[in-house]
Design a protein around this ligand. Structure first.
Ligand SMILES: [Cu+2]
Length: 288
């Protein structure tokens, strides 16, 4: 009985959580304004959906009762009613458009912000994440899950990594996402982020987290046997602590080597090469 009451309490309390918990039904605690908007949109649409479902259910019961053989022995032979047919086509269209407008607005807001304070790059690998900081000296590091036998007291199993992504609080952080091998997806539910990591393609999203803290997510695109073992951990620090961390990180982590711009003579050489290649191919073809 007590557990039933607990279940009902959990079911109807719109209590939100910082990480996934037992019996959790609602979203995690929103860490960003955008995630708050996502939850509001979800709640609004849930109300519309519930109303429509109840209305249809009511109609079904009413029709079964009112037009049963007992109450309605001589059924009407009417087959069409233009007004009602126009209505039951037009009203659902209006409802869908009303839901689509805020939904599309949110999608666009999630992809881009007007200004950015910094950029990080996320690269998915089989089976770990790699993080780069192009605005802070271009250092990069890898983020692996901590195995069960190495977990410390208080660590969350399957949700703890050796090197989390570190970003400052209250800053617009642009996040560029790609992959080195197969499809992955970088997702942090409390931040409202889930963006595919596609090899050869750079996807974009952004985040502005209000409260410092640790936020967790998982790879959300099945990417092989290690798919469940490449969690995302984001550590959000106040700005001064973030800058201190950057100074340390520059010494601790590897730095990307500068990419040299191609000189014009090199381009010419390449052109000559490709011309020769074409001639060779033609020659080979003639031989065949
Ligand atoms: Cu993955």
């Amino acid at each position: 009985m007590k557990s039933l009451l607990t279940f009902i309490f959990v079911l109807f309390s719109s209590q939100l959580h910082a990480v996934a918990t037992d019996w959790q039904l609602s979203f995690q605690n929103p860490a960003t304004d955008l995630m708050q908007k996502v939850i509001s949109l979800h709640d609004g649409i849930l109300i519309v959906m519930t109303a429509i479902t109840l209305f249809v259910l009511f109609l079904l019961f009413y029709v079964s009762w009112r037009f049963s053989a007992k109450r309605n022995p001589n059924p009407s032979s009417t087959t069409h009613n233009t007004i009602i047919e126009v209505l039951w086509t037009a009203i659902p269209v209006v409802i869908l458009v009303v839901m689509a407008v805020p939904s599309f607005k949110l999608l666009y807001q999630q992809e881009k912000s007007e200004t950015y304070d910094m950029t990080v790059k996320v690269i998915g690998h089989q089976w770990y994440w790699e993080y780069e900081y192009p605005d802070h000296g271009d250092f990069y590091f890898e983020s692996y899950m901590i195995q069960d036998e190495d977990l410390q007291e208080g660590d969350l199993r399957l949700l703890t990594v050796d090197n989390p992504l570190v970003i400052p609080a209250n800053k617009n952080v642009q996040i560029l996402i790609t992959a080195g091998d197969v499809l992955h997806s970088w997702a942090v539910p409390s931040m409202g982020l889930k963006t595919d990591a596609v090899p050869g393609r750079l996807n974009e999203t952004w985040v502005n987290v209000k409260e410092p803290g640790t936020y967790r997510g998982q790879c959300s695109e099945i990417c092989g046997t290690g798919h469940g073992f490449m969690p995302v951990v984001v550590k959000v620090l106040p700005e001064n602590e973030f800058m201190a961390w950057v100074n340390e990180a520059k010494n601790n982590y590897a730095i990307n080597e500068d990419i040299q711009p191609i000189t014009s003579s090199e381009i010419d050489e390449e052109l000559v090469l490709s011309k020769n290649d074409v001639l060779n191919i033609e020659f080979e073809e003639n031989k065949l």
